[in-house]
Design a protein around this ligand. Structure first.
Ligand code: C2O
Ligand code: CU
Ligand code: CU
Length: 465
């Protein structure tokens, strides 16, 4: 009945955020048939899923057992600047830091990962990442699927051709991002998720360095988008496919009740247009095996959340961020995954750095690029209209609302109709967002969440004063 080569998908252990411990360390894990060296926040790739209730005080001790500095950024969480994992705030090897902050935001799926400049991409790629779930009472009232009917999925692409998880980007990798042809779900390869014939809540993180997924099912399966990065949408939106960039999250309800017990389907990435370097063919993300078993009946609610609109009256301060990547001949020839062609020869290439800029600048740890009054509401515009690369732009320190997307796909998509912290810009697109900054003061960053671009310097500081 089941495909013997696949093992059962395992979900990371859950840990309360009120007294959590993370231990960044080198790990050795079994992936498929081989043993692979990577990094984790516990003895395995990735880390525990941290669980918080809105209002709670988080206390998370991070003990660095690596041979290099690291730190932790709580992606999507609005925390004081000195707890945010700014690239300047490092934890030395053998040192520890206890992060303290209060959860002051809506229920949602957030995540955590390292943020030391020039090491973020490598450490995240090698396995340092984990989920951070915030629960709140309004969400609890909706009676959404829980326990075994709520599945957390971290999607990542890796290169495992040499039975290793090496991180050695060449020039083309820095341009397109470090793409791999092996898909890991929750840090595991060739797995299968068992479901019964009913409604499941799938909470998905694109935890890849650079890959965009066009998430869909390969067999007719009704599903509804119920949320994105920073919480629920106002209503469920029936959907067929969702384009999800690195760093973005997706909350959906999928109804498997029309599938027969014993059958299987796949969560896949569908081909998409707009860029030549990826998504040119469908590929499988996760096998889903339908089985007979006890299922709790759930309904698709009509109404989910009420989103307070961030007001941006006439005269609201607007800041523009022009995104740029240097055009490099040969990038267009970057092959798609699937034929072992992802491994580009590195032979003797010298690496040119600093090709990805925001407003013509690359990251300078000490330079303050924007000064913003704490508590202010502003309009920020990310402009990729002249760019020819994909840039998932991410803001620390706040959740924002998307006002509009001009050019390219020219619309705001269902999973974007909520609070966001990361927004995908395809080439030719310009996105305006409304942001209400917190009352915290201090230094935060904005950057491209293509982690190769970020480490290449596609990041700026802003200071709340
Ligand atoms: Cu998920 Cu500044 O990053
Ligand atoms: Cu972040
Ligand atoms: Cu980018």
């Amino acid at each position: 009945m089941t495909q013997p080569v696949r093992s059962r998908l395992v979900f990371p252990p859950q840990q309360s955020v009120t007294n959590a411990v993370l231990s960044p360390q080198e790990v050795e894990v079994r992936l498929g048939n081989t043993s692979i060296k990577g990094m984790g926040y516990h003895q395995g790739l990735l880390g525990p899923t941290l669980i918080a209730n809105a209002g709670e005080q988080a206390q998370i001790k991070v003990q660095n057992q690596l041979k290099e500095p690291t730190n932790v950024h709580w992606h999507g969480l609005v925390v004081p600047a000195d707890q945010d994992g700014h690239p300047e705030q490092l934890i030395a090897p053998s040192a520890s830091q206890t992060y303290l902050f209060q959860i002051k935001q809506a229920g949602g799926l957030y995540w955590y990962h390292p943020h030391p400049h020039n090491l973020t991409a490598k450490q995240a790629y090698l396995g340092l990442a984990g989920l951070f779930v915030v629960r709140d009472p309004l969400e609890a009232k909706l009676n959404l699927p829980v326990d075994s009917q709520e599945a957390f999925l971290v999607l990542q692409d890796k290169r495992l051709e040499n039975n290793a998880l090496d991180y050695k980007p060449n020039q083309q990798d820095i341009m397109s991002g470090y793409l791999g042809q092996d898909i890991l779900v929750n840090g595991q390869k060739n797995t299968q998720m068992q479901v019964f014939q009913g409604i499941y809540r799938l909470r998905i993180l694109n935890g890849s360095n650079a890959r965009v997924y066009n998430i869909a099912f390969d067999k007719e399966t009704p599903f509804w988008i119920i949320g994105g990065d920073g919480g629920l949408t106002e209503t469920p939106y029936p959907s067929k496919a969702v384009l999800l960039g690195p760093g973005e999250r997706l909350d959906l309800l999928a109804d498997f009740s029309s599938h027969e017990a014993g059958s299987s389907l796949k969560l896949i990435s569908q081909p998409f247009k707009g860029v030549k370097t990826q998504g040119q063919q469908a590929f499988s993300l996760l096998d889903i095996q339908i089985e007979k078993g006890p299922i709790k009946p759930y309904l698709i609610p009509n109404q989910l959340a009420t989103l307070e609109k961030i007001q941006t009256p006439q005269g609201t301060k607007t800041r523009s961020f022009e995104l740029q990547g240097m055009k490099m001949s040969g990038v267009d020839a970057m092959p798609e995954m699937g034929h072992g062609s992802m491994m580009m020869p590195t032979g003797g290439n010298t690496i040119m750095r600093g090709m990805h800029t925001i407003n013509g600048k690359t990251f300078d740890m000490k330079r303050i690029d924007e000064t913003v009054p704490a508590g202010a509401s502003e309009i920020w515009v990310f402009d990729n209209s002249k760019g020819d690369e994909i840039h998932p732009m991410h803001l620390h320190g706040a959740q924002f609302q998307i006002i509009q997307r001009e050019g390219g796909r020219n619309s705001v998509f269902s999973h974007e109709k909520t609070r966001k912290d990361t927004v995908l810009l395809m080439p030719g697109e310009k996105v305006s967002i409304a942001v209400k900054f917190p009352d915290y003061k201090g230094k935060y960053v904005i950057h491209c969440h293509n982690l190769e671009h970020e480490d290449d310097g596609m990041m700026l500081n802003f200071e709340l004063i």
